[in-house]
Design a protein around this ligand. Structure first.
Ligand SMILES: [Fe+2]
Ligand SMILES: [Fe+2]
Length: 164
């Protein structure tokens, strides 16, 4: 890998992290009554996404949709089969309950994601018109209609976010 490729990968990771950090900071600013700061964080978060997307494209990591779905299946499968189980084990050993819950939610939902992507391949349904719903607490992802209560964390259907 060339130095520039290495730099782009590092910059991509940094921009992704900054973007999410600013989303969290924006929510906090809203909660603390600083709407101006919240908007600035949201604007910066969106701009970091622009940077991250550009780096990723230059790296050649955005391929045809069929390849991208395969990449997604591999990534999600690695996460729920290998990465998160090992991390959950560490959290249990460290007696860190909050970390354990956060990691377990993600582990469970990466499995849901892998299934959704596999189904998209089997049914060639990447063009289907149905919407998705995402749980704001655990990230559970559902096609078509939000459940009455999230089966993973118990959140009410009204709080699910609709993804067009
Ligand atoms: Fe996922
Ligand atoms: Fe949930």
């Amino acid at each position: 890998m060339s130095k520039t490729e290495e730099n782009l990968k590092e910059a991509f990771a940094g921009e992704c992290q900054a973007s999410i950090r600013y989303v969290a900071f924006a929510e906090k600013a809203d909660a603390e009554g600083y709407p101006g700061a919240a908007r600035l964080f949201r604007a910066a978060a969106r701009a970091e996404i622009v940077h991250a997307l550009s780096h990723l494209r230059v790296l050649g990591e955005v391929k045809a949709t069929q390849d991208n779905v395969e990449t997604a299946i591999q990534g999600e499968s690695f996460e729920f089969k290998e990465m998160y189980p090992a991390m959950v084990k560490d959290a249990v050993e460290d007696n860190n309950i909050e970390a354990r819950h956060s990691l377990e939610y993600a582990m469970s939902i990466e499995m849901v994601h892998a299934k959704l992507f596999k189904k998209a391949v089997e049914e060639e349904s990447t063009n289907a018109s149905s919407h998705f719903y995402v749980c704001p607490v655990c990230g559970h992802t559902v096609r078509g209609k939000a459940p009455k209560k999230c089966p993973y964390c118990g959140v009410d259907e009204k709080r699910f976010m609709e993804i067009q």
